[in-house]
Design a protein. Structure first.
Length: 174
């Protein structure tokens, strides 16, 4: 089954499990274990429980992929602008509503004409308002996802990020 995708909203609800084109998730993990270099993920969310929830899920499903987390968009941008990254993150996950710099403001700051314009950016939120979804997609978000409420929903969301965080960035989903 595919994730519940609402074309009208251009958003995913991760209650349904993903089916991978690869034979199994175990094959994906084994393939990742054989490579030397893994992309990292940047996460900006003002809720420490959401950050911990995501990081625990990543550790469980993609233990070799580092997650660098930040309390808000301003901290994330400060990191990007002050560090001399040898490689870009596999993706950036942004909370929609954060103090100081929100998800949409980070999208603007990392968009066209910046070194990060080609980095996939996923906005996650508890909001299902179409205006919020449209705003993020217009500003360059690759996807908009509703924040998962269960471990199973989180696992489905994280698995869907596999195409961004594998060393080859070439997984295909059914």
């Amino acid at each position: 089954m595919k994730p519940n995708f609402d074309k009208g909203k251009n958003s995913f609800n991760f209650e349904m499990p993903f089916q991978f084109a690869c034979a199994s998730f175990d094959i994906l993990i084994n393939t990742l274990s054989m490579t030397k270099e893994f992309p990292f993920v940047l996460l900006a969310d003002d809720d420490p429980d959401d950050r911990d929830f995501f990081c625990a899920g990543m550790q469980r499903l993609f233990p070799k992929v580092e997650v660098r987390s930040f309390q808000d968009g301003d901290e994330l941008l400060e990191f990007l602008n002050s560090s001399r990254l040898q490689s870009l993150p596999g993706c950036i996950l942004l909370d929609y509503k954060m103090p100081r710099l929100s998800g949409p403001e980070v999208l603007q700051a990392t968009g066209i004409g910046t070194p990060y314009d080609h980095v996939p950016k996923i906005v996650w939120s508890t909001s299902q308002r179409q205006i919020d979804i449209d705003e993020c997609l217009r500003l360059g978000a690759t996807r908009f996802a509703i924040k998962p409420e269960s471990g199973a929903q989180l696992d489905n969301l994280i698995r869907s990020l596999g195409c961004y965080i594998t060393p080859q960035n070439n997984l295909i989903f059914d």
